[in-house]
Design a protein around this ligand. Structure first.
Ligand code: FAQ
Length: 164
């Protein structure tokens, strides 16, 4: 089958990215702006599809689906795709906790190969705040399988992140 046919079939597929019962949808662009497009901006794309949520304690969660355009090893996600998810989701977790930041350092451990075309969950937690340094930890998993873990050092920026 030609590649274009595969992509078209994929585009037409609705992916169920619904959250857990106690999660509330989180409007990330409303907080950080429409520039947040690289990872989660295309709800019908063939690389990433994502939906963000917050739980009752305001922790950020996400459902992600990685399509054929995110492929690295055959049938599995490219490491850069996994790192990009961590960069966006963990940075966003800091924003959602009230800190306008950019990511200064991101350390990703790839624990298991992440299969394409499966919905996975990203969980994140702000674990420490020290002056301008906000440390966020996160994990991508499905069921009992952890695909990646990350520690993300976020640095607060002035002017709420807006251009001067
Ligand atoms: C702003 C800053 C990160 C820091 O510069 P400045 O303002 O001049 O601050 P300064 O250098 O004074 O540091 C302050 C304190 O922090 C510490 N520290 C800093 N770095 C490191 C480190 N690597 N490792 C360890 N520590 C480090 C430093 O030692 C100091 O500590 P101290 O107070 O002495 O104890 C700058 O390097 C930069 O712009 N980098 C590019 C960022 C970028 O492009 N990111 C990607 C795009 S954003 C994205 O994609 C995510 C996203 C998702 C969702 C939504 C939105 C965004």
């Amino acid at each position: 089958m030609p590649n274009s046919t595969v992509l078209k079939a994929c585009e037409q597929t609705e992916i169920d990215l619904s959250g857990a019962a106690d999660w509330v949808p989180f409007d990330a662009p409303a907080l950080v702006g429409d520039s947040l497009r690289f990872v989660s901006g295309d709800s019908r794309g063939d690389r990433f599809r994502a939906r963000y949520y917050r739980d009752a304690e305001k922790h950020l969660h996400a459902r992600f689906w990685l399509g054929p355009e995110a492929e690295g090893p055959p049938g599995h996600a490219h490491g850069g795709a996994v790192a990009a998810i961590m960069d966006e989701a963990l940075g966003l977790a800091a924003w959602a906790a009230g800190y306008p930041i950019v990511v200064g350092n991101l350390n990703v451990s790839f624990r298991n190969m992440l299969p394409l075309r499966k919905v996975v969950t990203v969980e994140s937690r702000v674990v420490s705040v020290e002056g301008r340094k906000i440390m966020v930890h996160g994990r991508i998993f499905r069921g009992d399988t952890t695909f990646a873990e990350a520690q993300c050092l976020c640095i607060t920026i002035p002017n709420n992140g807006l251009p001067k």
